[in-house]
Design a protein around this ligand. Structure first.
Ligand SMILES: [Zn+2]
Length: 441
């Protein structure tokens, strides 16, 4: 579960990095717009009234006689300094707020969808700032003597369980397409892929006729949708094989996904060292290996993806080689315990983690897709060896993780029973075509 979280974190870091880049691009665009067409420093009064809407004071926050609340519309490329200038607040107050430190660091990344309000006295002095980062998290900054203090408030959401089913078809061949058609939010599609990443290669194994059913949490605050929580149970039928996953928190407080008979879905290796969402679906091996001149007895799998796509360690292990040669280009070899070795070829770059003799965790980024060595287009060539013999990483039987201890099984069964019942009932009505294989389970 920790590695699952880690993998998820890495993806979130990546998403944030992309967003960050976008923000930088937007910021630099608006910056260049400023230099070519300078704007007056003073904001006209009528412009101010258009942008800033006076709000009624919040009943549950500051007494109304402290000042009026001004709601600011955040524009793309905006930052606090610009907003302070726009509504005539003192730069010294901005400095005092920034000086609070990490607690207010989110204010550096304000986005147009978020809500930002300022409480200002009749004399124009700033009393408080309210920043609703997302439907769950609100930052309240209040004047405290000569400076300001900050406090985060987290709303407790109402949780509703949503049931959805999806199908892999010719028109929607990837998990992404099938999930979107089923009405799943992207973050839930990602979570679904992480739950089954040890059992199903979403880059390779999906086929027409595959289907899935899942139950996930939808969060509401004051009746408004505030995003999605966890997937609590899921079924994935891949090539006729039924995979169940039920979320369970064990006696020591660790939450993970289990099969109905109490086996953790976590395994020593995830199937794809490149996340399926990056992998090109229209892939023809011969197009990318013309240098080999003949149809090779190919000892690995090629994942075609853009240069720079992160490559993750498929299992916990130790980096034993990080080198470059004429055929393999930049490559990394990881040893996993006594029996297993994985190799990653044609990288454009290594990460710092991938240093010889260093331990790496499953899901940790070790390098980036490239076309170094004998490769005419960016791809990852991935090899999986068991006791020195090449095996197909998509199909090799992997050791199972430790099951729930026998004495905890009654607790496990009673905890998952309602979820499993709902999931299977849903499977039968919604996955009618495949109900036979589900009920036979
Ligand atoms: Zn290859």
């Amino acid at each position: 579960m920790i590695d699952f979280v880690k993998t998820y974190l890495w993806v979130m870091i990546l998403v944030l990095a992309v967003l960050g880049t976008l923000v930088i691009v937007l910021a630099s665009n608006s910056g260049s717009a400023l230099t070519t067409s300078p704007v007056p420093i003073e904001v006209a009064e009528d412009e101010l009234s258009q942008e800033a809407v006076l709000l009624e004071p919040e009943v549950d926050s500051q007494p109304s006689d402290l000042g009026k609340w001004i709601h600011v519309k955040i524009k793309s490329g905006d930052n606090l300094a610009k907003i302070f200038q726009r509504i005539h607040l003192l730069p010294t107050d901005l400095h005092k707020i920034v000086a609070i430190g990490s607690k207010v660091s989110s204010l550096k990344k304000i986005l147009p969808k978020q809500e930002l309000s300022f409480q200002v006295t009749d004399e124009g002095s700033l009393v408080a700032v309210r920043y609703k980062k997302d439907p769950l998290d609100t930052l309240l900054i209040t004047r405290d003597g000569t400076g300001f203090t900050a406090e985060w408030e987290t709303a407790v959401p109402d949780v509703t369980i949503v049931y959805k089913t999806g199908f892999v078809t010719k028109k929607q061949p990837s998990l992404y397409h099938a999930g979107k058609t089923a009405g799943l939010p992207v973050n839930i599609i990602m979570k679904l892929s992480y739950i089954f990443q040890w059992d199903i290669s979403f880059a390779w194994d999906l086929r027409q006729g595959d289907s899935f059913a899942l139950m996930y949490e939808t969060l509401y605050v004051d009746g408004n949708k505030a995003g999605e929580g966890d997937i609590v149970a899921a079924t994935f039928i891949n090539a006729g094989k039924v995979h169940h996953a039920i979320q369970y928190t064990d006696l020591s407080g660790r939450t993970g996904y289990y099969t109905p008979d109490g086996h953790s879905l976590r395994k020593a290796f995830i199937r794809d060292p490149v996340h399926f969402s990056y992998v090109s679906s229209s892939f023809n091996l011969r197009r990318f290996h013309p240098v080999h001149k003949r149809v090779m007895s190919h000892r690995g799998i090629d994942y075609v993806a853009k240069k720079g796509t992160p490559i993750i360690a498929s299992g916990d292990g130790k980096v034993i080689t990080r080198k470059q040669n004429r055929a393999s280009g930049k490559y990394v070899v990881i040893q996993h315990g006594e029996q297993y070795t994985t190799k990653y070829l044609h990288l454009s770059a290594f990460t710092n983690n991938a240093r010889p003799n260093r331990s790496v965790k499953q899901g940790e980024t070790i390098g980036y897709v490239g076309a170094t060595g004998w490769a005419t287009a960016p791809h990852l060539h991935y090899e999986f060896l068991v006791n020195g013999v090449h095996r197909n990483p998509k199909t090799v039987t992997l050791p199972k993780a430790n099951p729930i201890p026998e004495k905890e099984m009654p607790r496990f069964h009673s905890a998952i029973a309602p979820l499993l019942a709902k999931l299977k009932a849903g499977d039968k009505t919604n996955l009618a075509v495949l109900s036979e294989s589900v009920s036979a389970d």
